[in-house]
Design a protein around this ligand. Structure first.
Ligand SMILES: Cc1ncc(COP(=O)(O)O)c(C=O)c1O
Length: 453
């Protein structure tokens, strides 16, 4: 009898519960459709050239979004302007695309102000918001003719001190906060409208005689789906503007409705996916312009309408390409996929169920997986649970809708911050922020002299 000596290696039996994309009314899971190109450029060639992880921005998508908003405004309230919210993404190249599309700059710090100036934005096209503006920053803004929206009484006193150096009273706007029937009340910024504080500050500015009131501002909140809330705010601001005009002799030049429109992302707490739940930009504009019908102004002195839309204009243009470094089976049976980018690069994973797609075709049965990063911290979870096809080390995964608040809020933590690449509408591509390295990270460090002895 020939008993073969070659042994088949022992394989431990493993029972895996497969959840193959349970029946649902939304059809098949979009995660299985690979994204192999971004605006005509192969994902694999981008990684080959620039490394992984890698942020990629689509210029075409940014321009399309700005134009969509601009066109919606032009149709219903032509005397309007979009100001690019710098904090959302202040990479020079991204700002340049917005400014080339005609957007002004909206900044909330002296650093952002200086960055806008460095980007060639004329100072009288900068809107300066935020709860902390130093005396020097206020003087700089008054000198440059920027739009300054005041946040609090202490800042008003600081602005009046700065104003003393100017022959004419500099112009200011007043930031308001107010409640609506459908949004949480952001009451920490500006002066409250309902309790009379906003009117108090108007009277206070008039009594001081050192500043002129030129406008009203309200940034309602962020990631707002409730378009009707904007209609309420616009109407309340319009009625307040009427009051200033009729009772106090102030005809405001502008009403600034801030930002806050939801992008096409999906919050962790959200049921419907962003693609279905997020209203189009035109719906927000319709509500705002309907609310502005309350304005009782002569047609030749209607105020300019400003919008400072951030995330809704840039989220969809951003992608984060990552590489799978390992697969694991966790004790509870769940599959875990480790990738080379963590929450330090993709801060918005804390808020959103980002769409994740493979960058190459996949085979095999999808199952529930957790996708996490390389940070050696339990909080480093990019997607806690999603049904995903099998992927191997070396495969690329792409996070979509990551254009807002990531390349400004990212942290250098444990690893380097990734490079950022821009793809043009003609499929040209270029680096717009280099990957960090040891030198760039330690550049600002100094050795205490007694330690170097
Ligand atoms: C004053 C102001 N304007 C505009 C924005 C942009 O908001 P979003 O990105 O939600 O449109 C912000 C963001 O917090 C803000 O504080």
């Amino acid at each position: 009898m020939n008993l073969s000596t070659s042994k088949v290696p022992y394989e431990k039996p493993l029972m895996v519960k497969h959840v193959t994309g349970m029946m649902n009314k939304f059809g098949s899971n979009p995660a299985f459709v690979p994204l192999e190109e971004i605006d005509g450029v192969r994902v694999s060639s981008l990684v080959e050239q620039y490394g992984s992880p890698l942020f990629v921005f689509s210029e075409k998508t940014i321009s399309a979004k700005v134009r969509e908003l601009r066109d919606a405004l032009a149709l219903r309230y032509p005397k309007s302007r979009v100001a690019w919210s710098y904090k959302t993404n202040y990479l020079d190249a991204i700002c340049r695309i917005h400014h080339n599309e005609g957007s002004w700059a909206e900044v909330v710090s002296e650093f952002e102000y200086d960055k806008a100036v460095r980007n060639g934005v004329p100072e009288n096209r900068i809107i300066f918001n935020g709860p902390y503006k130093t005396g020097e920053a206020l003087s700089k803004a008054f000198n440059g003719g920027a739009i300054v929206n005041l946040d609090n009484f202490d800042e008003l006193a600081e602005a009046e001190r700065s104003a003393a150096n100017f022959p004419e009273p500099p112009s200011v706007g007043i930031r308001l906060n107010m409640s609506t029937s459908s949004t949480p009340h952001w009451s920490r910024f500006g002066f409250n409208l309902e309790n009379g504080q906003a009117l108090d500050v108007v009277k206070r500015i008039l009594a001081g005689g050192k500043l002129q009131i030129k406008g009203l501002h309200c940034h309602l909140g962020t990631f707002i789906h409730a378009t009707e809330a904007y209609g309420e705010v616009a109407a309340k601001m319009a009625r307040f503007a009427n009051l200033l005009r009729n009772d106090h002799g102030i005809t405001v030049d502008y009403l600034d409705l801030g930002g806050g429109f939801a992008s096409e992302n999906t919050l962790h707490s959200q049921y419907l996916p962003g693609q279905q739940a997020t209203p189009p930009l035109s719906r927000f504009v319709e509500e705002i312009t309907d609310g502005l019908r309350e304005l009782d102004f002569p047609s030749d002195s209607m105020p300019t309408l400003f919008l400072e839309t951030g995330r809704a204009l840039v989220d969809a243009s951003g992608y984060l390409i990552t590489t799978v470094v390992a697969n694991k089976r966790l004790p509870d049976g769940q599959r875990s996929i480790i990738i080379d980018a963590g929450v330090s690069s993709l801060f918005t994973s804390f808020w959103y169920k980002h769409d994740v797609v493979p960058a190459q075709p996949t085979n095999g049965l999808p199952e529930t997986a957790v996708i996490h990063g390389p940070l050696c911290m339990n909080i480093d979870v990019m997607r806690p649970a999603l049904v995903f096809p099998p992927v191997d080390p070396g495969h690329k995964l792409i996070f979509k809708n990551v254009g807002a608040y990531n390349v400004t809020q990212w942290m250098q933590f444990i690893t380097y911050r990734p490079a950022v690449v821009l793809v043009s509408p003609d499929s040209e591509h270029s680096i717009i922020r280099k990957r960090e390295n040891l030198e760039t990270v330690v550049e600002r460090e100094e050795m205490a002299p007694w330690l170097s002895k």
